[in-house]
Structures are given as structure tokens and as C-alpha cells.
Design a protein around this ligand. Structure first.
Ligand SMILES: CC(C)(COP(=O)(O)OP(=O)(O)OC[C@H]1O[C@@H](n2cnc3c(N)ncnc32)[C@H](O)[C@@H]1OP(=O)(O)O)[C@@H](O)C(=O)NCCC(=O)NCCS
Length: 169
């Protein structure tokens, strides 16, 4: 379990704090992801195995963040990560990514792949863009009619083998 206190607020009596914990409740995270702009299709062509999910809750137990580590065709992927608007820019997204990447590393993964809607957030963390020709073919984005017309997602992966991964420099 990871306790995260909003950056810069440690001295305040009312400092909001967040608790990140593993959760079995994947179904409870999906509506939260959708509320926060992520798309979830019931009809993914490539089977996805959910590996582990985490929720972040505020002091009142309200869900304010979450992320999902999954596997597709043997590769680890981040299958969703989101933070409630009111809780963004406080380091919670990075902490969620920390636990997800650490879990993939502990399970012997070499990389974590994802389709980034917020590439700058992931780039800051140390993810790098993967050219379409080098990207795993299992991301449905490439066959979506919106791809590079109205939607410009980037496939990214951790920039070095997870065996040596220690998070953002
Ligand atoms: C992307 C998201 C998870 C980031 O969560 P967060 O809690 O705001 O992120 P953090 O506070 O940990 O940010 C870590 C760093 O990334 C930067 N960052 C975060 N979101 C960013 C964005 N959209 N663009 C550029 N930089 C961003 C922060 O400024 C911070 O940098 P700093 O340490 O130099 O200040 C959150 O904005 C979100 O839920 N967005 C909607 C859902 C989404 O797009 N998820 C990603 C799907 S691929």
C-alpha cells in the first residue's frame, strides 16, 4: 500500500492524502476510466489478460485514481490509467505508474507498452514513442477509422529493459 500526500501540502492540517492499493475490482474502475475520457471496447480483437489493478482513494474512500496492468500476446501493457480532474498535477499519476511498472518488472517483463493520449506525461516518466512499424500489432488504434484523422494516439514503451528500471530520473 502506498500513501501519497499531495505535493506541497504536507504542512497543512487539511492536506489531502491518497492511498493506492491493489484492487480486484476491475469492473469498478472501468466507469471511472470512461468518466475520465478513456475508451473501452467490449469487442477487442486481441485477448487481454488483466494482471493487476490499483485504485487510489482519498481520505473519504472516494475513488480518485486507478490503473490496470494487463498482458497482450505476452507483452505487458498499461490498459488504463486515470486521475480525477480535481486531483491531477499532484503526483498521483506518477505514483500509479510507479506501482504498475514495478509490478511488470517484478514479473520479469522487459517493457510496458501503452497507447498514450497524454504522451507528454508518459515521456516525462521515461516512456518513448514507438514507430508504427515497430509497434506491437495488437493495439486496435491502428485499424480505427479515427486514427490520425480525429485522434492522434502514440504507442509508447518504457525506454529501457525493466530489469534496470528505477522510474523517472
Ligand atoms: C494523464 C494523467 C493520468 C496524469 O495524472 P496526474 O496525477 O495529473 O500526473 P502527475 O501529477 O503525476 O504528473 C507527473 C508529471 O507529468 C506532467 N503531466 C501530467 N499530465 C500531463 C499532460 N497531460 N501533459 C503534459 N504533462 C503532464 C506533470 O506536470 C508532472 O510533471 P512535473 O513532475 O514536472 O510537475 C491524468 O491527467 C489523467 O487522468 N488524464 C485523463 C486520462 C488520460 O488521458 N489517461 C492517460 C491515458 S493513456
Amino acid at each position: 500500500m502506498v500513501k501519497v500526500t499531495e505535493q506541497g501540502a504536507e504542512d497543512r492540517k487539511d492536506a489531502p492524502s491518497f492511498v493506492i492499493a491493489a484492487t480486484e475490482d476491475y469492473e469498478g474502475l472501468v466507469p471511472f476510466f470512461i468518466e475520465n475520457g478513456l475508451e473501452f471496447s467490449e469487442e477487442d480483437e486481441t485477448p487481454t489478460d488483466i494482471v493487476k489493478c490499483w485504485s487510489a482513494k482519498d481520505g473519504r474512500g472516494v475513488l480518485v485514481g486507478g490503473c490496470v496492468l494487463a498482458r497482450r500476446e505476452g507483452e505487458f501493457i498499461c490498459d488504463g490509467i486515470a486521475v480525477s480532474p480535481d486531483f491531477r498535477a499532484g503526483g498521483l499519476g506518477k505514483r500509479l505508474l510507479d506501482v504498475l511498472v514495478a509490478e511488470a518488472a517484478a514479473r520479469g517483463g522487459a517493457h510496458v507498452y501503452l497507447v498514450a493520449r497524454a504522451p507528454k506525461f508518459f515521456a516525462k516518466y521515461g516512456f518513448v514513442a514507438v514507430e508504427r512499424k515497430d509497434a506491437p500489432k495488437f493495439f486496435e488504434c491502428f485499424t480505427c477509422p479515427q486514427y490520425v484523422k480525429t485522434c492522434f494516439p502514440e504507442v509508447m514503451k518504457t525506454n529501457r529493459n525493466l530489469g534496470s528500471y528505477s522510474g523517472r530520473a
